[in-house]
Design a protein around this ligand. Structure first.
Ligand SMILES: [Zn+2]
Ligand SMILES: [Zn+2]
Length: 214
């Protein structure tokens, strides 16, 4: 699998374009906005977007999904149904954050722990990692040792849990119970900021390293 990160919206949200090098079939994870930049990246890579994947229901991640799905006539998969309340409140979220053009989103398929999503020859595993939001998902590609983690984990930080239905302990348990078992040598694309590895975070992350006790 190959990938490119396209930061979108004033929040510099890491939308990622993932594709199968054999077939040129691609998926877009978290098209929060700036759709022209996402489409330009796909053009530039010479790949065809065949589906949209969502990690969670926050506007900077999901606000452009409805329009992109319409423009390309492709399905939206994810997040977990527990985030439906956020997708339904997209207009409110957009108003609060000043992101214009966000639309309510109705996924074609809700995803759950253990599901697989695919494009071309690539298959990603779905992990349900609640805490930042109750329906947050992580997409994992074992052969590449790569995870797309949205706002669960960042380089040196973790997702905020002060939003509706956020839960800090649940988030820590998601990271330690679901992400660390994928392996220390796993690299991850966070929802914001630079990429990192689980090994680095287990050693150095002030919120969730192996030295932090709860
Ligand atoms: Zn978020
Ligand atoms: Zn975010």
């Amino acid at each position: 699998m190959q990938y490119r990160i396209v930061p979108v919206t004033p929040f510099r949200q890491n939308c990622s374009l993932l594709w199968c090098p054999d077939s040129g079939r691609a998926a877009v994870v978290d098209p929060g906005g700036d759709l022209d930049r996402i489409l330009a990246a796909a053009d530039d890579a010479g790949v065809e977007i065949e589906r949209i994947l969502l990690t969670h229901g926050h506007v900077d991640h999901a606000g452009g999904a409805g329009e992109l799905a319409d423009r390309l006539a492709v399905p939206i998969e994810g997040p977990h149904v527990e985030d439906q309340f956020l997708l339904d409140r997209m207009a409110k979220q957009a108003e609060r954050t000043g992101l214009a053009g966000a639309r309510p989103v109705s996924p074609d398929r809700w995803l759950s722990e253990g599901d697989q999503v695919g494009f071309g020859e690539v298959s990603l595993s779905v992990l349900h990692c609640p805490g930042h939001t109750p329906g947050h998902l992580v997409f994992h590609h074992a052969p590449s040792k790569l995870a797309v983690v949205g706002d669960v984990l960042f380089r040196g930080s973790v997702g905020r849990c002060d939003g509706p239905k956020g839960d800090h302990m649940e988030l820590i348990n998601s990271i330690r119970g679901k992400l660390w078992p994928l392996g220390d040598d796993t690299a991850f694309i966070p929802g914001h900021g630079d990429m990192s590895t689980f090994a680095f975070e287990r050693a150095a992350n002030a919120f969730v390293s192996d030295f932090v006790e709860y």
